[in-house]
Design a protein around this ligand. Structure first.
Ligand SMILES: [Mg+2]
Length: 175
């Protein structure tokens, strides 16, 4: 069955620093017309840093969208023209103060394809070396270290609920 939706009109509602919101009018496969609300995002990277003793570095920060603190692996938005691997090394230094001599691309995920095009590239960072870059001055972050087993326990008991973090844990340690 053909499932393609052809856009016949695109109306930009909002253009912000992080996202844009468009309403696209589309023709459905049955020739009916529908509107799709689409959030466009430049994409991001998430990095799971693990040291030689098996500690994984997590960041805890307040997320306004959900009005709650969240434990996550370090992550950040791609800058214009930036390759995911460069972004991963930059965010690792900005958020946890390390660089990596062994950065491995793991996979990429679409976070909410029902309404957003955001894609996150996931990396594993090993052979960590201290190297600090100043973080964005609107980011307030606390760093925590957990062992792999502890982190999986926190996923099971609901202390870790961030999707990219859970997917990184599963793809790196269980696949
Ligand atoms: Mg970040």
């Amino acid at each position: 069955m053909n499932t393609y939706e052809k856009t016949i009109k695109n109306k930009n509602i909002y253009t912000g620093k992080v996202v844009t919101l468009d309403i696209e009018t589309v023709i459905l496969p049955n020739d009916k017309i529908a509107e799709r609300e689409i959030v466009r995002h430049p994409g991001a990277v998430a990095i799971l840093p693990i040291d030689n003793s098996g500690n994984i570095y997590f960041v805890k920060q307040y997320r306004k969208a959900i009005d709650s603190e969240l434990i996550e692996i370090p992550a950040g938005k791609l800058e214009a023209g930036e390759e995911p691997i460069e972004c991963a090394l930059r965010e690792l230094q900005e958020e946890v103060g390390y660089t990596s001599n062994k950065l491995t691309y793991i996979t990429r995920i679409f976070t909410s394809p029902g309404f957003a095009d955001e894609k996150i590239y996931i990396f594993k960072a090993e052979d960590l070396r201290k190297s600090k870059l100043n973080k964005d001055d609107d980011e307030f972050i606390n760093i925590y270290k957990y062992k792999v087993d502890e982190a999986f326990e926190m996923i099971k008991n609901g202390e870790i609920t961030d999707a990219k973090t859970i997917i990184a844990m599963l793809t790196i340690f269980k696949l």
